[in-house]
Design a binder for this molecule. Sequence first.
Ligand SMILES: Cc1cc2nc3c(=O)[nH]c(=O)nc-3n(C[C@H](O)[C@H](O)[C@H](O)COP(=O)(O)OP(=O)(O)OC[C@H]3O[C@@H](n4cnc5c(N)ncnc54)[C@H](O)[C@@H]3O)c2cc1C
Length: 317
Amino acid sequence: MAQPMVGGIYTADPELLSLRATMPRFLEMERAHRSIIWAMWKASRAAAKDTPLHKAPQRGTSGARYSLFLTFDGGMQALVDSIVARLPPSAIRLNTTAERLTFDGESGQWIVRTNTGESIRAGAVCLALPSYAAARLLREADAALAAELDAIPYASTATVNLAYRRASIPHPLDGFGFVAPYVEGRATLACTFSSVKFAGRAPEGHALLRAFVGGALQPGMFALSEEAMLAAVRRDLQDLLGIKDPPLFSRVAKWTRSMPQYHLGHLDRIARINARLQNFPALRLAGNAYTGAGIPDCIRSGESAARELLINCSRES
Ligand SMILES: Cc1cc2nc3c(=O)[nH]c(=O)nc-3n(C[C@H](O)[C@H](O)[C@H](O)COP(=O)(O)OP(=O)(O)OC[C@H]3O[C@@H](n4cnc5c(N)ncnc54)[C@H](O)[C@@H]3O)c2cc1C
């Protein structure tokens, strides 16, 4: 049960993962109820009791779970576009890389040098980058902090999106997708029935599926060429969902070093990182490497970093 869930959601190896850092709720459940299965059974009974009859979920759906899954109608780009629309154009640099970061002890300011040759003096800096990219920038200012950031491991994962006519899929698609146990030796870690999970993902009579490949346990699958990966996923989908027809179209996207792995000791490392950050009140870190990899966690970490920077800066001035 645990391996395919952890593999499918966190693209991780459960033997190495810290439960406290990755899924603290399960640790609490086990502590409070002495068994996770027992705790979940009790929670589902309580939820059923609280659901009024006229709101009873449809078969194959669940009101509570629907609130877990949110996305943008127009895709993830909507998040960037709406932030860009709210900020004054002079305050942002799109498609620009920060190449060097130095701390000027005299003025107490940070200096960010970009790949476009610009040098920006900043009263405060929030690095919302993968931790290995933040490490590269911080090596000059604090080598020990950079080493801690560099030590957070990452896994790579690919998505394979496939569009079908609904009639090409014999399976009822009566769920949000599936996860595949490692022992089955498949290329597919997990597959989301995107057009079932989210409205507006496929026109009437069609279905969109998204398979995940690679992760911590199967770097070899991630290394496959796009053609070989697509062929391997199609074999899995034929096996598991009975799909023999070729997809109407497909897209493979490889996300290299995209999923931080919260291994045992992760929370101690975060404590050491936070301790070093105390030396730099105008520097904070945000993003998926620290206290949660889901998008809501990332947004929370960005907001909390911004809040701390505002408090620290107003104290300084
Ligand atoms: C395939 C996949 C599917 C996922 N699905 C879901 C999902 O359904 N729901 C969910 O909640 N989460 C999902 N996640 C997890 C979630 O999407 C990520 O954890 C989250 O988007 C990470 O956000 P971030 O801002 O920390 O990092 P990123 O989105 O990686 O942003 C970091 C940015 O920093 C930029 N950058 C790097 N170096 C520099 C530099 N030197 N200068 C300037 N910019 C730089 C990068 O280009 C990048 O744009 C998924 C992750 C993957 C890989």
